[in-house]
Design a protein around this ligand. Structure first.
Ligand code: NDP
Ligand SMILES: N[C@@H](CC=O)C(=O)O
Length: 428
C-alpha cells in the first residue's frame, strides 16, 4: 500500500496532462496497481509562471537534482524535451535505480540504445510509449502485440502538426503560416516547429518504430527526410483533382533482410484509409507476414492524448515494481542492419512538368521513361493556366528510385522541359 512517488520533469502541455490524469483517474490507477500514485516534485524552468492547473508551490522546483536525487522518488517522468541535458538527467536517475517514463522521441531516437543499456545495467524500466503517435499505443503493439510476427512494412502519419497543416490547406485552402501558428497554439508543435515541418520529428519516430519492428538498430542518419515546407496549395489541388491527398508519410520497408526508411510528402490515393486521416490524428499501418495488414488510428499529439500514453507507462512501471520484474523487458535489436540501395527501393511516382506547348513534346518525355524502364500508369497533358507552356502530369507504375533519379537527371538537360515542378512518391 506504500505510495508510489513520482518526479515530473516538465509541466508544459504533456506534463499538465499527466498531472490531470494522475489526479483525475486516481481510482482507476489505484484499482490497477494497488497503491496511490503521487506526484512528489516537478521540475520547471520558471516557478513564477502562471499554470492552467493548481499546483502547490512547494512541489515546483527549478533545480533538476531536487527531483533526480529525491530519496523517496521511484519513477521519473520526463516531459521537458531536449536532448543532451535531458540525457544527463536520465542517466543519473538510472544510476540511482529510478525508473523512467519519457515522451521524448528526440532523445530516444538518438540515444535510445545507450539509455536502454544503462537501464538494463541498473535493473530499471525505460518506457517511451508517448514518444510516437501520442495517444496510439503503437510501441506496445509492435513490441508485444506483434512479437510473434515478421514485420515487413510500417507506414503512417506520425506527426500531428503537419497533418493538421496539410488537412487545413487541403480542406479550407488555408495558408501554411496561419495553420502552423494554430497548431502551435493548440500545443501540438515542438518547441522548435522546424522539426515538425521539415520532417525531423517524424524521422525520429520512424527511427524508433523501425528499430522495434525490424529488430535492427536503425539510426536517424538512415532515414531519408523531406518535410512539408515546400508543399504548395497548387500541388495539393492537382493531387485532389487526380484523386490523391498529400500526406507526410513515414515509410519503413523490409525485403529479405534489407530495409529502407523515409519520411516524405506523399500522394495518397483517396480510396486509401490514410488519405482520410485528418487534423491532428495519426495512423500507423503495420504489415506482418502472418497477420497481414493492420491499422492503428488516434490523436497524435496534444495534452491529454499524449498524457494517456505517459500514464499508461507509469502504470506498467508500477506493476513491474510490485512484481519485482523491472528492467527485464528491455528490447534489444538482434539483427544486423542492412540498408536497401536505390536500386532496391521501388514505388510509384507523381511527376508534374512544365513543358513547351508544341507537337512531339509528350512523345519525347515518355521516351525518356521508356529508356530507363519506368512504365507509366497515366499521363495527362493540359494547358498551363498561368503561362503559354503546357503541364504534363504523370503517374508511374512501381519504379526503382535509381531509375527514377536517372529520368529526372535526363529531364534537367532537355530543352522542351521548362521546369520539373513536383515529384512525389505515390501510395495506394
Ligand atoms: N506536445 C505534444 O503533443 C507532444 C509532446 N511530446 C514530447 O513531450 C515533451 C514535452 O512536450 P511539451 O509538453 O509539448 O513541451 P512544453 O514546451 O509545453 O513543456 C516543457 C516543460 O518543460 C519545462 N522545461 C523545459 N526545459 C527545461 C529545462 N531546461 N529545465 C527545467 N524545466 C524545463 C518547461 O518549464 P516552464 O513551464 O517553466 O517553461 C515546461 O514546463 C517533448 O519531448 C515533446 O517532444 C510527445 C508527444 C506529443
Ligand atoms: N509535434 C509532435 C508532437 C507529438 O509527438 C506532433 O505534432 O506530432
Amino acid at each position: 500500500m506504500k505510495e508510489i512517488k513520482v518526479g515530473l520533469l516538465g509541466l508544459g502541455t504533456v506534463g499538465t496532462g499527466v498531472v490531470r490524469i494522475v489526479e483525475g483517474h486516481h481510482e482507476e490507477l489505484y484499482g490497477q496497481v494497488g497503491s496511490p500514485i503521487v506526484i512528489e516534485k516537478i521540475l520547471v524552468q520558471d516557478r513564477a509562471k502562471s499554470r492552467s492547473i493548481a499546483i502547490s508551490a512547494d512541489k515546483l522546483t527549478e533545480d533538476p537534482w531536487d527531483v533526480i536525487n529525491h530519496p523517496d522518488i521511484d519513477v521519473i517522468v520526463e516531459v521537458m524535451g531536449g536532448v543532451e541535458q535531458t540525457k544527463t538527467y536520465i542517466l543519473a536517475a538510472l544510476e540511482q535505480g529510478k525508473h523512467i517514463v519519457t515522451a521524448n522521441k528526440d532523445l530516444m531516437a538518438v540515444h535510445g540504445s545507450e539509455i536502454l543499456a544503462k537501464a538494463k545495467e541498473n535493473g530499471c524500466d525505460v518506457l517511451y510509449e508517448a514518444s510516437v503517435a501520442g495517444g496510439i499505443p503503437i510501441i506496445r503493439t509492435l513490441s508485444e502485440g506483434f512479437s510473434s510476427d515478421r514485420i515487413t512494412k510500417i507506414m503512417g502519419i506520425v506527426n500531428g502538426t503537419t497533418n493538421y497543416i496539410l488537412t487545413k490547406m487541403s480542406q479550407e485552402g488555408a495558408a501554411y503560416e496561419d495553420v502552423l501558428k494554430e497548431a502551435q497554439d493548440l500545443g501540438y508543435a515542438e518547441a522548435d516547429p522546424t522539426s515538425d515541418v521539415e520532417g525531423l520529428d517524424a524521422a525520429r519516430k520512424m527511427t524508433i518504430l523501425s528499430t522495434l519492428g525490424f529488430h535492427a538498430n536503425v539510426s536517424l542518419e538512415d532515414v531519408e527526410v523531406k518535410g512539408i515546407s515546400q508543399v504548395t496549395k497548387e500541388e495539393i489541388l492537382y493531387g485532389k483533382r487526380l484523386g490523391y491527398e498529400v500526406k507526410l508519410l513515414g515509410i519503413a520497408e523490409r525485403q529479405d533482410d534489407f530495409i529502407s526508411v523515409s519520411v516524405q510528402p506523399t500522394m495518397v490515393k483517396q480510396s486509401h484509409p490514410l488519405a482520410s486521416v485528418n487534423g491532428v490524428f495519426n495512423a500507423v499501418y503495420v504489415y506482418g507476414e502472418a497477420v497481414g495488414e493492420t491499422m492503428f488510428y488516434g490523436p497524435g499529439a496534444g495534452e491529454l492524448p499524449t498524457a494517456t500514453s505517459v500514464v499508461a507507462d507509469l502504470v506498467a512501471v508500477v506493476k513491474n515494481l510490485k512484481l519485482g520484474v523491472n528492467g527485464q523487458r528491455v528490447p534489444a535489436p538482434y539483427k544486423v542492419k542492412k540498408l536497401k540501395t536505390d536500386e532496391q527501393i521501388a514505388s510509384k511516382y507523381f511527376v508534374l512538368l512544365h513543358v513547351a506547348d508544341k507537337a512531339g513534346v509528350l512523345a519525347q518525355i515518355t521516351q525518356v521513361f521508356a529508356q530507363f524502364e519506368v512504365s507509366l500508369e497515366s499521363v495527362l497533358q493540359q494547358p498551363n493556366p498561368n503561362n503559354p507552356s503546357a503541364e504534363i502530369i504523370i503517374i508511374t507504375h512501381d519504379a526503382s528510385k535509381a531509375y527514377m533519379n536517372q529520368v529526372l537527371k535526363h529531364f534537367q538537360g532537355m530543352e522542351v522541359i521548362d521546369e520539373i515542378k513536383s515529384v512525389y512518391r505515390v501510395e495506394g
